[in-house]
Design a protein around this ligand. Structure first.
Ligand code: ADP
Ligand code: MG
Length: 143
């Protein structure tokens, strides 16, 4: 088994920079599950990913649409936020499989809520706070 990678950041900029690297190294068909409580930095991380893919338009959280598509970068970028999902069947309705087995990069905020339908090739990124290490400290685990 491949070891988990742990990165510690101490500012939003550092977290965004890590996202940028992931975006730069992304390959078509990559699927990332992004986990962590409200306010840990998932959206900031995602903005970095988008920059790394060469997307310049602003990234808005797709909370009310489940998925937001960006075609401007070096591959399509599909940004999901499934926080408000009621039932995993809603994912079928939007054609989830076409995205995760497609030629773009998928990033899914709150992917734990749709765990049972995630593809085998999903990579997981978990962002956590540790208030003992400071308000801006984040531990980011990549599996
Ligand atoms: P989420 O999408 O997980 O709800 P956001 O990305 O919207 O979170 O917000 C994260 C908040 O945490 C921002 O206000 C950001 O400035 C702050 N923050 C402080 N330190 C960090 C850090 N190291 N990494 C990411 N965000 C941080
Ligand atoms: Mg968010």
């Amino acid at each position: 088994m491949v070891e988990d990678m742990i990165i510690e950041t101490n500012s939003p900029e550092e977290t965004k920079e890590l996202g940028r690297k992931i975006g730069q190294e992304a390959k078509p068909g990559d699927v990332y599950a992004l986990l962590g409580d409200l306010g840990v930095g998932k959206t900031i991380f995602t903005k970095g990913v988008a920059e790394g893919l060469g997307i310049t338009e602003p990234i808005n959280s797709p909370t009310f649409t489940i998925v937001q598509e960006y075609e401007e970068g070096r591959m399509p970028f599909y940004h999901f936020d499934v926080y408000r999902i009621g039932d995993v069947e809603e994912m079928d309705e939007i054609g989830f499989d076409d995205y995760v087995y497609g030629e773009g990069m998928c990033l899914i905020e709150w992917a734990n809520l749709i765990e049972e339908i995630l593809p085998d090739h999903v990579k997981t990124i978990t962002i956590e706070k540790d208030l003992e290490k400071g308000f801006d400290y984040r531990r980011i685990t990549i599996e």
